[in-house]
Structures are given as structure tokens and as C-alpha cells.
Design a protein around this ligand. Structure first.
Ligand SMILES: Cc1cc2nc3c(=O)[nH]c(=O)nc-3n(C[C@H](O)[C@H](O)[C@H](O)COP(=O)(O)OP(=O)(O)OC[C@H]3O[C@@H](n4cnc5c(N)ncnc54)[C@H](O)[C@@H]3O)c2cc1C
Length: 461
């Protein structure tokens, strides 16, 4: 009898365009697909609350899809480098196939796994368009600036077509699995997931449906609408990408040669750029790339942090974004930039504190993109916004949400505000009583931030 093979699934929870799955099937052996809930190895970066909710539903969907093809998903909990060797011994497997890990903790865990295994571990590229080592400068170094990086990526186009999902998988049955419900991934007391439930359909079918909608309605207007938070002008594929329910190659292949493609492709390449940065700088989530920023004189402002987290800063665009995040697990990119800038610059709270809050609350939490984006806004990252670019949230609101439709949706206290005061209610003759006054004067906050960043520059000179 042929020995079975193990398919270790982690952030490639899909059947289509999954080279690890196809290699396992092509071996001709019975396949045991396994997901290991490893809360020990990631340290501070174990999946946050919103991600856990997503994971629960994504695994439910994956188990159904695999069962329809003949395979049974097995769930185990514990360190990956302990659980997988244990399963290999239990079922007498003679090979393990897995997707390529990109997070530092996962790379280390897979090194330990390889050392612990008595059978071959084959790692396949499953979540990126290109292995980070493939996109290098002519001198063989990693790119630190986006434009030449994206040019180097585009030089590798056209992409190979995505791989089809297997029609049948010879499954390995009779292996003990944890019950998903016993993992308690969904919140209970209190259950804050109703808004997430209403907004999302986790799983591969949900990802394909989202892509189909985007192709039908969104991609043509993408370049013009992607900065307008009130409209559904972006793909909202990010949580599906974060869990690998769809691959970037499938997305770009489907978008094809549409005239609106260039801007969209460029955004997907920002995702690759972030992954590349994390690959080269394993401490990206904690340490500024521009080391002089470690000397920054941050403030310990717990009340300010709490107001920001709860969407109670009195600055409408920031509050609308933070409430959208809390209700739906997602925030529009333009508003992410404004809310992050407000925390780092107006409140002078360390970017790592905001990064941790996003990690817990975003359904699309992704170690590379979250870290790279927070560093970008702070001005300490690769190709980052200069420190003196301090978004004025009132002006950003007037520009990208001119009639206040977005703000009114998430901050109902401002629903009846006249358009010209909706982003500056404190200037209205009768500001609403049930909405807080700004926790900081925007001009004073800007001056304080500029002074703090100038000190830093002087210290570095
Ligand atoms: C402070 C901050 C934190 C962020 N944290 C995350 C995170 O944890 N996870 C995450 O996926 N994105 C993060 N982003 C990037 C971006 O906001 C989201 O990827 C985007 O809003 C997702 O929505 P979408 O799928 O509709 O994007 P679309 O506009 O439809 O873009 C398509 C895809 O391109 C990629 N992309 C788009 N914009 C960016 C960007 N600015 N940087 C990198 N990749 C991008 C995403 O994978 C996205 O799904 C963060 C941005 C900021 C400013």
C-alpha cells in the first residue's frame, strides 16, 4: 500500500492555484490535509480576534470543499514542528508538502520542522507572485524603493496561468481531528462578530464571489474611486488574500488587460513589496527601518489611545474609520492612512501600538503589510512618507468625503450636520452634544509633531 502524504495548510486555505496541494495529489499517494493551530510559535503575533473569527469560517468552508473532492481536513493544535512530526509517525506518511512561510516566526518554525522530520518537507510558493529572492537589484541586493521594485516585477510578466483545483483527491481517512468548535475561535461573551458576519463571506467560494463582483462593478472605476471611502470602489479582497483563499496570480489573471488594470496591479505589487521587506528585515514589525527613529520621544497617552481605539477622538474621519474597523473588521485604505497618521503624529503615540491594535481588529491582518504600512506612515520605513507629511484629517475628509457620506454612515451623531461642518463639527454654530469635542487642536498637534520629528533629525545629524 502507498504511504500517505501530509499537506500542511496554513495561509493557503484554497483548492485552486495551490501548488502544494497539486504536488501532494500528483504524488499519487493518499493525501491528508492538515491545519495546525499554533499559538505558541508566533509569540506576540498569534492571530488576533478578528483573524480568529475569519479563520473559523474559512476552515469550515475549506473542510466542506475538501470533502467534496474526497479528502478530510484534520485539525490539530500545538506547535507545528511538534504536531506534524507526530502525525507523520501516526499515519506512516512519507512526505510533507506545505506553502512557503513568510513571517519570521513561521520561517523559524519550518526550519525546526525540517530538522525534526524523518521524511522530506517540500515547500511551495503559494501566497506571493514571486519568491522574494527572485526580485533583486542588478547588484543582487533587495529593493528599498517601490517604483524600481514594481518595474522589476512587471518585467517578469506575463504571469503563468493559475493552476486548476483538482477534481478528486484520494484522501487518507480515519485520522483523529480536533473539533473546530472546541478551538473557540469565535467570540462569545460578548459576541462582537455580527458586523463581520454581515460584511464578509470567508472561504474560497466567498473570495471568488468577491472577485467576480469586483470585475463586474469595480475594476473599471478603480483608479478614480479607490480613494473615496463612501463608495465600494476597491476589491475588498484583502482578507481573502491574507488567508490565501485566493492567490494574487488568480486575481491578476482574472483582471486581465482591462484598461484600469495598471493602478490595481500596482496595489497588488505593494503587497509583494511589503512581503519582500519583511523577508529582508525580519524585525520589521517591531523595529524602525530607519534606526534613528528608535530615539523618538513618544508620549504615553492612554486616554488618547483609548479615544482613538473607540472612535471617540472628536475628529470625524478618524472616528468613522476606527468605527468601521470595529464594526466590520476592515477600514478603507485612505482612512487607514489618516487614522494611523493621527495616532503617530498628532497624538505622538508609537506606531507599534497602532500596529498591534490593527493586528487584533483587522480581518485582513497581515504581518508584512501591517508593519510596512505603519512604518510608511510613521516615516521610518522603506520609501516612506516624509516625517513632515502630516495628514490633516479635516482636509482629507473635505477632499475624499466631500458630502460626508462616509462619516455620516459610521458616526451617526453627525448624520444631520451641514456638509460644510461635517468634518469640522467643532466649528458649527451648534455642535452636536452627543459627539466629543476634538481631543487635540489639529494645528497645535501638527506643530508639536513637527517639533518632535525635527528634534529627532537634529539628534541624528
Ligand atoms: C496603517 C495601515 C495598515 C495596513 N494593514 C494592512 C494589513 O494588515 N493587511 C492588509 O492586507 N493590508 C493592510 N494595509 C494596506 C491596505 O490598506 C489594504 O490592503 C487595503 O485597504 C485592502 O483593501 P482592498 O482589498 O479593497 O484593496 P484594493 O485597493 O482592492 O487592492 C487590492 C490588493 O492590493 C493590496 N494593497 C492595496 N493597497 C495596499 C497598500 N497600501 N499596501 C500594501 N498592499 C496593498 C492588498 O492585498 C489588496 O487586497 C494597511 C494600510 C495602512 C495604511
Amino acid at each position: 500500500m502507498t504511504s500517505p502524504v501530509i499537506l500542511l495548510l496554513r495561509r493557503e486555505l484554497r483548492l485552486a492555484d495551490n501548488p502544494a496541494l497539486l504536488a501532494a495529489v500528483a504524488s499519487g499517494a493518499p493525501v491528508l490535509p492538515v491545519f495546525v493551530l499554533d499559538d505558541a510559535s508566533p509569540g506576540a503575533w498569534q492571530a488576533g480576534g478578528a483573524s480568529r473569527w475569519w479563520l473559523h469560517h474559512s476552515l469550515t468552508s475549506l473542510a466542506t470543499d475538501l470533502a467534496a473532492c474526497g479528502a478530510t481536513l484534520v485539525l490539530r493544535r500545538g506547535p507545528i514542528d511538534v504536531e506534524i512530526p507526530r502525525l507523520v509517525a501516526e499515519i506512516g506518511a512519507d512526505a510533507v508538502h506545505a506553502g512557503m512561510p513568510t513571517e519570521p516566526w513561521a520561517r523559524e518554525t519550518y526550519h525546526r520542522l525540517r530538522a525534526a522530520l524523518t521524511v522530506k518537507l517540500t515547500v511551495h510558493e503559494t501566497s506571493l507572485l514571486f519568491h522574494p529572492d527572485r526580485i533583486k537589484t542588478q547588484a543582487g541586493t533587495a529593493y528599498g524603493v517601490f517604483t524600481p521594485f514594481s518595474r522589476a516585477c512587471l518585467a517578469q510578466f506575463p504571469l503563468a496561468p493559475p493552476l486548476r483545483a483538482p477534481a478528486r483527491i484520494a484522501g487518507q481517512n480515519g485520522v483523529r481531528s480536533d473539533a473546530l468548535d472546541d478551538w473557540n475561535l469565535c467570540p462569545t461573551a460578548p459576541d462582537w462578530s455580527a458586523g463581520l458576519q454581515a460584511a464578509w463571506s470567508p472561504g474560497e467560494a466567498g473570495a471568488i464571489a468577491r472577485l467576480t463582483d469586483f470585475l463586474a462593478d469595480g475594476v473599471a472605476g478603480y483608479a478614480a474611486q479607490r480613494d473615496v471611502p463612501a463608495v465600494d470602489g476597491t476589491s475588498r479582497l484583502s482578507p481573502h488574500l491574507a488567508w490565501g483563499e485566493i492567490s494574487p496570480r488568480q486575481i491578476l489573471h482574472a483582471v486581465g488587460d482591462h484598461p484600469a488594470r495598471a493602478k490595481f496591479v500596482s496595489e497588488v505589487l505593494w503587497r509583494e513589496f511589503a512581503a519582500n521587506l519583511l523577508w529582508q528585515h525580519q524585525d520589521l514589525p517591531a523595529t524602525p527601518l530607519r534606526r534613528e527613529f528608535t530615539a523618538m520621544n513618544w508620549r504615553d497617552d492612554r486616554a488618547g489611545l483609548r479615544a482613538w481605539q473607540r472612535g471617540q477622538t472628536g475628529i470625524p474621519l478618524v472616528d468613522a474609520g476606527m468605527r468601521q474597523l470595529w464594526q466590520t473588521g476592515w477600514m478603507h485604505n485612505r482612512v487607514r492612512m489618516v487614522a494611523a497618521s493621527f495616532l503617530i503624529k498628532h497624538l505622538l503615540i508609537p506606531w507599534q501600538v497602532g500596529e498591534a491594535w490593527f493586528w487584533d481588529t483587522l480581518v485582513d491582518a497581515d504581518l508584512a503589510q501591517n508593519a510596512a504600512s505603519w512604518q510608511w506612515v510613521a516615516g521610518c520605513g522603506a520609501d516612506a512618507a516624509p516625517y513632515f507629511r502630516i495628514f490633516n484629517p479635516a482636509l482629507q475628509g473635505a477632499r475624499f468625503d466631500p458630502d460626508g457620506a462616509y462619516v455620516r454612515r459610521f458616526v451617526p451623531e453627525l448624520a444631520d450636520m451641514a456638509d460644510r461642518f461635517v468634518h469640522t463639527p467643532w466649528l458649527a454654530p451648534n455642535p452636536p452634544r452627543n459627539y466629543p469635542a476634538p481631543i487635540i487642536d489639529l494645528a497645535a498637534g501638527r506643530d508639536r509633531a513637527l517639533a518632535a520629528f525635527a528634534d529627532l533629525k537634529q539628534g541624528a545629524a
